[in-house]
Design a protein around this ligand. Structure first.
Ligand SMILES: Cc1ncc(COP(=O)(O)O)c(C=O)c1O
Length: 446
């Protein structure tokens, strides 16, 4: 597959450390085979997450110097607010320090015990914040998303028919519908504009709120532009249409804000905004900074302009597609088609000699580090317990950070692993906390 050439040149360097294999084996032992515990300077290619890991442009770095760190109504706030209004088309902007802060505020403003929220798929922090209020979260993905290997378009859609039925069934307990764009939990798959508008109309007819989690909305809009819109119109106008369908939208700007921090909530509803702002002051800080420094608001303001550039998005989505295609060529089982921000490996299938209760996903993640210093994340039995189906390893791609040769190296490491795959063994847990065990648990090879 053609690798889209980088639409930028490198000006500032961060060296990567290349350890030898015995050093990496030692690092794994010292970290109890938990990759979260490996110091980042001991990682050669870090594909743990695309969140907050973007490289900043010279425009962002220079704008950062204009950061106004006044407590209230700073110039940086004005620039941030203007950029967010321009990006979203919404009138009310509530700044927050990251995505889950927006989720907490929305949960407190809209949800009571026993309420129900629906989604194409809730991201884990979204679900956790809503369930923390005593509410129930129901995923309503379409059937096409169930077959991971089939390369169907718009696997991030919500099932309209099922949604209608569920809203009728639960009546007054139903509180809102939320679309996650793109659908991180389901493999970074986009939803179509038609589907988002349908979901908004189903929700609106019932007098309920329609919410968009917009953290990867530019990537989602690119897929819409490429296929559904057949390259007609601008990506920015699609982003605007997606926001227009929402009563409330929120965004962790650590993703498509091309920034290392931050976030916001937007709405056109003044009285709802007033309620959200009250909570924001309580948890985040004054309503003109929301937990962000002035210089951070500057990078986000600029990032929201850069992220809609077609050359940027073509390269971004092309990079993910390239790694996906090279891994497919060597028969690595993957979620198809490639999504917006990551390549997901079906580790349960690749390491079928390792039973699920011995963590095949973690075995692959450890093998990737051992053979090439590559850090990935297991999304399987270790992270999700019994709910895991199948055992995945996510290779998330930080924005504007790595180049073709890095991806070619990742493919070489996979080749090495599959040549001797029976040599890799599973793990047993020797210590785990009471919740979210994957972050801190200790493992031992079997
Ligand atoms: C879809 C989605 N929503 C919300 C969040 C939470 O954002 P943050 O990490 O900024 O709290 C994430 C983070 O990865 C995400 O992927």
């Amino acid at each position: 597959m053609f690798y889209p050439f980088e639409p930028y040149k490198i000006k500032v360097l961060e060296s990567v450390k290349i350890l030898n294999k015995s050093e990496r084996v030692k690092m794994l032992q010292e970290a109890d085979y938990n990759l979260f515990k490996i110091p980042s300077e001991k990682v050669t290619i870090d594909l743990l997450t695309d969140s907050g890991t973007s490289a900043l442009s010279q425009g962002q770095w220079s704008q950062m110097m204009l950061g106004d760190e006044s407590y209230a109504s700073a110039k940086s706030w004005e620039r941030f607010e203007t950029a967010v209004k321009n990006f979203t088309g919404k009138k009310e902007v509530i700044p927050v320090h990251q995505g889950r802060a927006a989720e907490k505020i929305i949960a407190e403003a809209l949800l009571e015990k026993n309420d129900i929220a629906f989604s194409n798929s809730f991201f884990d922090t979204t679900r956790a914040n809503f369930e923390h209020r005593g509410a129930m979260c129901i995923d309503v993905p379409t059937e096409k998303s169930a077959d991971l290997s089939k390369p169907k378009l718009f696997k991030g859609d919500i099932d309209g028919k099922k949604l209608r039925k569920l809203l009728s069934r639960y009546g007054k307990r139903a509180k809102f519908v939320l679309m996650t764009l793109t659908n991180n939990t389901g493999g970074g798959q986009p939803a179509s504009l038609k589907n988002v508008e349908l979901a908004a109309s189903i929700t609106g007819k019932r007098g309920l709120k329609f919410i968009v989690d917009a953290c990867r909305i530019a990537e989602n809009a690119y897929f819409i532009w490429l296929t559904e819109q057949k390259r007609q119109g601008s990506i920015k106008s699609i982003i605007r249409k997606l926001f227009a369908s929402a009563d409330i939208a929120y965004m962790s700007t650590k993703k498509d804000g091309l920034a290392n921090s931050g976030g916001f909530i937007v709405t056109n509803d003044k009285s709802l905004a007033a309620k959200l702002k009250e909570l924001a002051v309580l948890y985040e800080g004054f309503v003109t900074y929301g937990g962000m420094a002035g210089r951070e608001m500057e990078t986000i303001a600029r990032g929201l302009e850069e992220v809609v550039e077609p050359t940027y998005l073509e390269h971004r989505i092309g990079q993910v597609a390239y790694l996906h295609s090279e891994l497919s060529k060597i028969a690595i089982p993957l979620i198809n088609p490639p999504g917006g921000h990551a390549v997901y490996v079906d580790a349960g299938k690749l390491f079928s000699h390792i039973p699920q209760n011995e963590f095949p996903g973690q075995a692959l993640a450890a093998a990737l580090y051992q053979e090439g210093g590559i850090r990935s994340v297991e999304i399987g039995f270790l992270m999700l317990g019994q709910k895991a189906k199948p055992d995945l390893v996510r290779l998330a791609i930080p924005r504007r950070t790595y180049t073709q040769s890095h991806f070619d190296f990742v493919v070489e490491v996979f080749k090495k692993i599959i040549a001797n795959k029976k040599e890799y063994r599973g793990f047993k847990i020797i210590w785990q906390p009471s919740s979210l065990r994957h972050f801190t648990c200790k493992l031992k090879p079997l």
